[in-house]
Ligand binder design. Structure first.
Ligand code: ZN
Ligand code: ZN
Ligand code: ZN
Length: 243
């Protein structure tokens, strides 16, 4: 996926802040309170709005982000990029749909909802474009709970039990095939073998899946011990190529 992560366009203050944040990143500056915002890309009217809302201060011909402006910008960027991950990884949307929806999601995700998405996805560090996702409170707390709540079947250890969370496919035929085998949301299962194919025990029957199908079955592991989670962190890398 392309490296850019475009800010949403709109007249909303949140979108203007997004623009400001992205511009700072593009200049390789770490967005922070006190960061200087050049006039480029921001209209006079937008500058006045940022200042009148206490989100920025005038400084010569530029603006400087206030603490409040920084925090608000950080939250909207975090919501936008978490939404991208959710829409891309979980809902399998193509990049155009992902962008369109992320621009709406970011305004709907409050901090608590953003944290829930973050926990669900295992505290991802970057969006699908590779841009950093500002960490939230959950990420700090998450240091002791490293494994995502929901993982692909392929991440289970042999003998581990889990319940089916969702099937990550847009292929209806495959979905009904899996349903006919009893692989449905909320169903408990146990992974009994990983190679040469994934063998899963559901109720009293065993079913085999190849790697491609196993990757589309997302499960919520039942037992999560800290010791296992630590070892697991070493071998698991979120699909962002950065961490
Ligand atoms: Zn992005
Ligand atoms: Zn956005
Ligand atoms: Zn988090």
């Amino acid at each position: 996926m392309e490296e850019s992560c475009k800010p949403c366009t709109g007249e909303d203050l949140e979108e203007i802040l997004e623009e400001v944040w992205t511009a700072l990143e593009q200049r390789n500056e770490t967005p922070a309170a006190g960061a200087r915002v050049t006039a480029a890309g921001i209209s006079d009217e937008q500058r006045e709005r940022l200042v009148s809302e206490g989100l920025a201060l005038h400084s010569d011909r530029d603006l400087v982000l206030t603490e409040e402006g920084f925090l608000k910008a950080r939250d909207v960027i975090r919501s936008h990029r978490l939404a991208e991950r959710l829409l891309h990884d979980v809902l399998n949307l193509n990049s155009e749909e992902m962008e369109r929806s992320a621009c709406r999601f970011e305004h709907m995700l409050g901090n608590d909802a953003a944290d829930s998405v973050c926990i669900l996805l295992g505290h991802p560090r970057s969006c699908p474009h590779g841009r950093p996702i500002p960490p939230g409170d959950c990420c700090v707390a998450g240091e002791t709970m490293l494994r995502p709540l929901v993982v692909p079947l392929t991440e289970l250890d042999t003998g581990e039990t889990a319940t089916v969370a969702y099937i990550g496919t847009r292929d209806n035929a495959r979905l009904s095939y899996l349903t006919s085998l009893g692989v449905m949301t909320g169903r408990p299962l146990e992974l009994v073998q990983r190679r040469p194919s994934y063998i899963v025990k559901i109720d009293e029957s065993t079913v085999a899946f190849d790697d491609a199908i196993a990757r589309e079955i997302f499960v919520r592991p039942v037992h999560r011990k800290k010791r296992e989670a630590r070892g697991w962190r070493r071998r698991f890398r979120w699909r962002d190529g950065r961490s």
